[in-house]
Design a protein around this ligand. Structure first.
Ligand code: GDP
Length: 318
């Protein structure tokens, strides 16, 4: 690992950034730069420029983003588009200006067309219409992918993107209005168990299929890429980014039963079909990452157990 490099983790306070921080610390990286969002506002171009000229990061991992679940994406559409565009434009542009040696930008599997052929290969980008519930977020992330690619093509910058599948783990957002499905269901089943409720409501039909990656596995993949893969390897392979996932998906209804079992809730699961299903299926083709030499290690059941344990330790009285 690049133990003495100055590595800036943008978004180090979030679920993904904090996991990357732990991973790099465990690998002996001594010069991590992890300003809190209160110290560095990534929407503010002047502040970002000042940060790069003062701290001179050599490697940048761009894990900062405004993120949320299906409802937050659908209702805060302007914020998801504006904030993410600004963060990406500021960080990627200033990284180029400051001569950063390598930048890895984190996207999301929702950048792919709603009806992409499954499992979704990297080549499916921009081949069809996006899922409407998260279109603004996806458009912003696609802009980030294209920024990295364009800075590589025009300036030779060693910048490229990764597309993780749906993520979960410690430090996730457990707010029921804005969270993704796993933290929402952990909270719902846990509360129902504590309060002896008979039913738990799951949004949608329960039929959509999703793939889930434990966040520490993603952090491990990022460290692998920092160490082993450069932009020319990615673009030279005819794509702009690489998928990171587990190569296996699960129906939301089945996921709900699994979480109920792990949490110890034995009541009924009720589906609220007035809530959106979102995209019917989102399974990544992870063969490119496997060929490069990386695969995930944490099973869904194991990751869910660790996440529930973390939730309990963070909410001891609830
Ligand atoms: P998505 O992958 O962008 O759709 O993100 P989510 O994690 O928010 O939702 C995944 C699927 O889980 C969707 O089909 C949701 O309708 C479904 N789902 C079921 N119950 C919940 C819940 O309580 N919260 C959220 N966020 N999604 C839920």
């Amino acid at each position: 690992m690049h133990k003495n490099k100055r590595i800036y983790i943008a978004g180090s306070g979030g679920m993904v950034g904090s996991s990357i921080r732990r991973e790099l610390e465990s690998r002996g990286c001594r010069s991590l730069q992890t300003p809190a969002s209160s110290e560095l506002d990534l929407i503010d171009q002047r502040a970002v420029r000042a940060f790069f000229s003062e701290k001179k990061p050599e490697i940048v991992i761009l894990a900062a983003a405004k993120v949320g679940g299906i409802l937050a994406n659908d209702t805060h559409r302007a914020e998801f588009l504006y904030n993410n565009l600004m963060i990406e434009a500021n960080v990627i542009h200033e990284a180029q200006g400051a001569g950063v040696e390598k930048l890895i930008f984190l996207g999301s599997s929702c950048i792919y067309p709603r009806n992409a052929v499954q499992p979704i290969t990297e080549e499916a980008l921009l081949t069809g219409v996006l899922e409407s519930t998260n279109e603004p977020y996806a458009i912003a992330k696609i802009a980030g992918v294209k920024l990295c690619e364009s800075y590589f093509r025009q300036y030779g910058a060693n910048f490229y993107s990764v597309m993780p599948t749906n993520l979960y783990g410690r430090n996730d957002n457990f707010d029921l209005d804005t969270s993704h499905v796993i933290p929402a269901l952990i909270r719902k089943f846990h509360t129902a168990k504590i309060e002896n409720r008979a039913n738990v409501t799951v949004w949608g039909t329960g039929k959509p299929l999703r793939e889930f990656l434990y966040v520490d596995d993603l952090a491990n993949a990022i460290a692998f890429l920092v160490e082993n893969v450069d932009a020319r390897d990615i673009y030279g392979d005819g794509v702009s980014h690489v998928n990171i996932g587990v190569g296996k998906d699960i129906e939301i209804g089945e996921l709900a039963s699994l979480i109920a079992q792990i949490v110890g809730f034995d009541g009924h699961i009720v589906f609220d079909t007035s809530k959106p299903d979102g995209t019917p299926r989102k399974l990544l083709d992870t063969s490119r990452m496997s060929r490069m030499g990386w695969t995930h290690t944490t099973s869904l059941a194991e990751g869910l157990r660790k996440t529930y344990d973390w939730f309990l330790s963070a909410n001891p009285v609830s």
